[in-house]
Design a protein around this ligand. Structure first.
Ligand code: GLN
Length: 475
């Protein structure tokens, strides 16, 4: 087993003790990623900066300095995080030559803890999608079956963790983009409470639901990464205070006192048999471990997808308005006037999905339609938030699948945007409500992984990670 396959805390301890060199780990991570090039998970490498950072850590260790909880641990960032030392593209032609002038807070904090970003992962352009097929550059392949998608939009991030190239990756989850690829690739994907990790320096998609989180091999590893990123940031006014106890799972989490609600709306029709069986088997294990398991209904959940696909494009249309070809990003060479430049730069720079969302968003926000769509969606959003609150008065956690199916074939849903949107039917509700949620690998069907979704009350991130670890240990 290579050093990079150890638990993250062991890697960091060995770097701190001088037993492992950060520089060697960075080299190993890059060669792992290069060896797995056939999966097309990586858009670019940040080799120079990574090696420099590693050398600094090694010399600090030699000087007896204390590094941090992620000392020398290489990682991959989804390419919608602003990073120095290379380009940040959001997998869009609009930003294909963009070099960020500063780094995302999440990246800064990971670096402060000693972690080293070695590469930028592929995604659906602007994080719009569920399969990574909307990338303007190439399609990432699922490590379990190259003819299938890795899920999206953080498909590259999930793939590199599943391939064991790096110990962790970071992604964004606006409607499921960490959890869905985690489920399809068989890794742990964690979406924190809205506001727990700063969005500063992350290419904005839908600002009221965008969250940042880790993809890792184990719950402990994911918790350690979250711990390094979490907490208030003056550059993002929506950030919240971190839990003063941190995010390491309590090792003594007691399942028999836990009340688990199985979400009826997610266990009914439309579930693939394999998914249903795996989720039911996991639930049966909780029962055997003594947890009190009951069904719960959140009657407005079936409306969550419609709400999301109104609110999200509305926010997308406003967030993408800044790409006008003037200050940064693609600027059309054909334009003769300023107006031309706006039109042509956007026409050439945005792909089909971004254009679709800009049009839907502008439509639902326009006078005359605002009341019929946007306002109604916000009303139902409040209803969904309240139904979660009520459910959490009776249950500690809610569970269900992440998606009705396992990873689908490349090309299977690309002709039909609605079919693609349906991939998110079980993930978007936790974004709309801001609740923390995890995808935990619990089994498989036909060689393809399946993720269990656990949703917790807002700010209960530490307990969610604790129960997740207890469940991981039930295996
Ligand atoms: N698949 C969803 C969408 O296309 C979610 C994307 C995301 O979470 N970034 O909007």
């Amino acid at each position: 087993m290579g050093a990079l396959e150890l638990p993250i805390s062991d890697i960091a301890a060995k770097v701190q003790s001088g037993e492992l060199s950060a520089k060697e780990l960075v080299k190993e991570a890059i060669s792992n990623l290069e060896a797995a090039a056939e999966y097309d998970a990586i858009i670019s490498y940040t080799k120079g900066r990574a090696l420099e950072g590693a050398a600094k850590i090694d010399s600090k260790v030699a000087a007896g300095e204390k590094i941090g909880s992620l000392a020398g641990v290489p990682f991959v960032a989804k390419d919608n995080f602003l990073t120095l030392g290379g380009k940040t593209t959001a997998a869009s032609n609009m930003l294909k030559d963009f070099e960020a002038p500063y780094q995302a807070t999440a990246i800064e904090r990971l670096e402060a803890a000693g972690a080293i970003c070695v590469a930028k992962a592929n995604l659906d352009a602007w994080a719009h999608g569920s399969s990574t097929e909307n990338s303007d550059f190439f399609v990432t392949k699922n490590p379990h079956d190259k003819t299938r998608v890795p899920g999206g939009s953080s498909g590259g991030s999930a793939a590199v963790v599943a391939l064991k190239s790096v110990p962790f990756a970071i992604g964004t989850d606006t409607g499921g983009s960490i959890r869905l690829p985690a489920s399809f690739c068989g890794v742990v994907g964690y979406k924190p409470t809205y506001g727990l990790v700063s969005r500063s320096g992350v290419v904005a998609m839908a600002s009221s639901t965008d969250v940042i989180g880790p993809l890792a091999r184990t719950v402990d590893d994911a918790a350690l990464v979250l711990d390094a990123m979490a907490g208030k940031d003056e550059l993002d006014s929506t950030t919240i205070d971190r839990d003063e106890k941190g995010y390491q799972p309590t090792t003594t989490y007691h399942l028999p006192t836990t009340k688990i609600g199985v979400i009826r709306e997610y266990m009914s029709e439309g579930l693939d048999t394999g998914v249903k069986q795996s989720i039911e088997a996991a639930i049966e294990k909780f029962r055997q471990a003594g947890a009190q398991v009951n069904e719960v209904s959140l009657p407005s959940l079936p409306l969550a997808l419609a709400v999301y696909y109104i609110v999200c494009p509305a926010e997308v249309s406003s967030n993408l308005a800044r790409y006008d070809g003037q200050r940064y990003g693609h600027s059309s060479a054909e334009a003769k006037t300023l107006e031309d430049s706006y039109f042509l730069s956007r026409e050439e720079g945005f792909g089909a999905e971004a254009k679709r969302r800009i049009m839907i968003g502008a439509y639902v926000l326009s006078s005359g339609y605002y009341e019929a769509y946007y306002k109604k969606a916000q009303t139902v959003r409040t209803k969904i938030i309240n139904e979660f609150k009520e459910a959490f008065e009776r249950f500690d956690f809610l569970v269900g699948p992440i998606a009705p199916n396992t990873a689908f074939k490349i090309g299977e849903r690309t002709d039909d945007p609605l079919k693609m949107y349906l991939s998110d039917v079980m993930t978007v509700a936790a974004n709309i409500s801001g609740n923390p949620a995890i995808s935990l690998p619990v089994g498989g069907a036909d060689g393809l992984p399946i993720g269990l979704q656990i949703i917790a009350p807002q700010k209960a991130d530490r307990t969610l990670l604790s129960i997740s670890k207890a469940i991981e240990e039930l295996k």
